[in-house]
Design a protein around this ligand. Structure first.
Ligand SMILES: [Zn+2]
Length: 241
């Protein structure tokens, strides 16, 4: 998508990047012909709590690349079956087919294999909290050695307030980080999430990842999260979790 300002730059290498909210240079695919216009790609981490619209933001950003004639590569966690196999779906009703990643999979090899079929303007990774530490390193290597930008979208903390492994690694190693925001019922920014059982009671125990259960998640500011989990004071006082 070449905007008016980019036309003023008189360079097709500039475009408005909606994921970044600013003008940016197009990352040309790796190849011998790109010469001095080659720009170093980056690893991005867009983090938030539940229900903030991460998937919506991802799909919109990918759409804008594609509208500009560029190819994007979408990947999501294999264990996410909310929208059926290999789809990234947003709560506002849009969805897109996507490849999937499994816990032991080599993502450097996966992305390199995809690049062998043609240039990719950007890789979009949803549910990035489920990446392993090794897989985040594989993504970093793909950015550095294959010069492909990778935008990861994921939850920062689980319902107990602990970092997810993939998010911890991305917070440590991403080149750029952005927060996808949503609000608590009080109007403050929500940064935490509580898991509620079928009876509506806040749960403090259980696996970090719960697939296919009847639980619901509610995003809260830290103060209201503390109130909500207050009956489980061990969480705050220092539980082994
Ligand atoms: Zn609040």
């Amino acid at each position: 998508m070449i905007c008016a300002v980019c036309v003023a730059h008189r360079s097709p290498l500039f475009f408005f990047d909606p994921a970044l909210g600013r003008h940016a240079k197009i990352n040309l695919p790796a190849g011998p012909s790109q010469g001095k216009h080659r720009r170093m790609a980056k690893l991005y981490f867009h983090y938030s709590t539940m229900n903030a619209g991460k998937s919506t933001a991802l799909l919109q950003a990918s759409h804008n690349y594609r509208e500009g004639g560029m190819t994007t590569y979408l990947i999501t966690a294999q264990l996410d079956n909310r929208a059926g196999h290999a789809r990234i779906a947003s709560r506002i009703g849009i969805a897109q087919a996507a490849d999937t990643f499994a816990p032991g999979e080599d993502l450097f090899a996966k992305i390199a294999g995809q690049l062998a079929n043609g240039p990719i303007a950007c890789v979009f990774m949803d549910e990035a909290q489920f990446l392993t530490k090794a897989q985040v390193w594989q993504l970093a290597r793909a950015v550095d050695d294959l010069n492909v930008p990778i935008m990861c979208y994921g939850l920062r903390v689980d319902f107990q307030g602990n970092l997810f492994p993939g998010s911890a690694a991305l917070l440590a190693w991403a080149d750029e980080m952005r927060e996808v925001r949503t609000i608590c019922h009080c109007g403050k920014k929500a940064t935490m999430v509580v898991r509620k059982g079928p009876d509506g009671a806040v749960l403090s125990d259980g696996d970090q990842v719960q697939i296919g259960g009847n639980e619901t998640y509610v995003s809260l500011c830290r103060r209201h999260w503390r109130t909500a989990v207050g009956v489980h004071q061990a969480l705050i006082d220092g539980s082994p979790a």
